[in-house]
Design a protein around this ligand. Structure first.
Ligand SMILES: N[C@@H](CCC(=O)N[C@@H](CS)C(=O)NCC(=O)O)C(=O)O
Length: 104
């Protein structure tokens, strides 16, 4: 199983979504909480070139934020990166996630 790292903050809806997606896949990840930690903030910006959380790395490959993670999954590429068997229902799950945000 590759090493998955995620830079997060405590109050961050996108972090919650990213963690839920990885947890649904039973993937362990290292959570690096950056709030109040200048060194971790510096490290995240240096590694990712971005200032928003989450920032996700799989074996030192920079995936990006939640949107990037979900897009990889929707296109069936995330399982490959994680060394998992492909799950054809991923795209359906994300379609359902997206419809949660739709006005009713
Ligand atoms: N499109 C990004 C959005 C990330 C995002 O906006 N994160 C918020 C926290 S939930 C953030 O870092 N806000 C601080 C900022 O925009 O500077 C993703 O999917 O990860």
């Amino acid at each position: 199983m590759p090493k998955v790292q995620m830079y997060t903050t405590r109050i961050c809806p996108y972090c919650v979504r990213a963690k839920a997606l990885l947890s649904r896949k039973c993937v362990d990840f290292e959570e690096l909480r950056i709030e109040g930690d200048r060194e971790l903030i510096r490290q995240m910006i240096e590694r990712s070139g971005r200032r928003t959380v989450p920032q996700i790395f799989i074996d030192d490959h920079h995936v990006g934020g939640y949107d990037d993670l979900a897009e990889l999954d929707a296109f069936g590429k995330l399982d490959d990166l994680l060394g998992l068997e492909p799950t054809p229902q991923s795209a359906v799950a994300h379609a359902e996630d997206a419809s949660d945000d739709s006005p009713t």
